[in-house]
Structures are given as C-alpha cells and as structure tokens.
Design a protein around this ligand. Structure first.
Ligand SMILES: [Zn+2]
Length: 140
C-alpha cells in the first residue's frame, strides 16, 4: 500500500517534469519560427523614419500602425540615391502571377532606390516632410 503511493507520487513528478519539458520545447519552437527582421518604416504624419521589427512569416499590412502618431500612417521607407528624397512606398500585396515594378523616386523618377539608413544606435529619426507616398504601378 505504502509502496504503491510512493510510485504514484513518483509517476506524478515524472509527468510534471515531462510536461514542463514539452512546454519548453513548444515555446522555443515558437520563438525560432517567429524570426523578425528590422524594417525601415516612415510615418507620413509625424515625418519620422523608424525601425520596426517585423515578423518574417506574418503578413505586414501597409499602411501599418505607427508608434509616433495615431492611426495607420507607417509605410515602408525608401530613399532616392540620386537626390536623397525619402518617400513612403505603398507596397503591393503580392498575389501570385502579378508583377510589379519597384518603387521610383517621386521627384526625379529614378529607380536607384534603397531603404534609408538610420544613424548607428538610433531607432528613429526626424525627416523633413511632407513625405510623398508612392503607389505601386502594375506591369501591363
Ligand atoms: Zn530622386
């Protein structure tokens, strides 16, 4: 009788440890699949570019919420390498088979476009507005 109780208790402890192990495994599994990358966004209301950690696998709707203003004012930010214009690009939601041209500078029409760089260590930076929004042009 006493021995049986002892084994029941032991079994319970083993089950608890095993469950804890499984839970830990599940948690690490989630954190590895939810890898993030730093996206350079621009708030067209607050005239700020900022880094937004974005989950790789999750859909990133545009425009997105901005931490600097109320409402959805954040767009992916791009900078013209020719004249330094920073603009918001309304990224197309890519559907299979659709083709899009990359963003072009709203000032000079150039296609030498890069995401703007923030000064090292900074998460956001003021820019001079108004920030133009460029819409994607579908290939016909
Ligand atoms: Zn330009």
């Amino acid at each position: 009788m006493k021995k049986q109780k002892f084994f029941q208790g032991l079994l319970l402890i083993i089950i608890v440890i095993a469950l804890g192990f499984v839970a830990r495994q599940l948690r690490t599994g989630v954190s590895t699949s939810a890898a993030t990358y730093d996206r350079i966004m621009v708030d067209i209301q607050a005239n700020k570019i900022f880094i937004q950690p974005t989950v790789v696998s999750a859909p990133a709707p545009v425009p997105a919420d901005s931490p600097f203003s109320a409402g959805k004012n954040a767009y992916p930010a791009f900078k013209c390498m020719k004249d330094g214009t920073i603009f918001a690009y309304e990224e197309p939601s890519l559907s299979p088979g659709s083709q899009q041209v990359g963003p072009r500078c709203p000032v000079c029409g150039g296609s030498d476009i890069m995401p703007p760089q923030l000064p090292a260590g900074q998460k956001s930076m003021d820019i001079t507005g108004p920030v133009q929004t460029v819409k994607p042009t579908p290939v016909s």
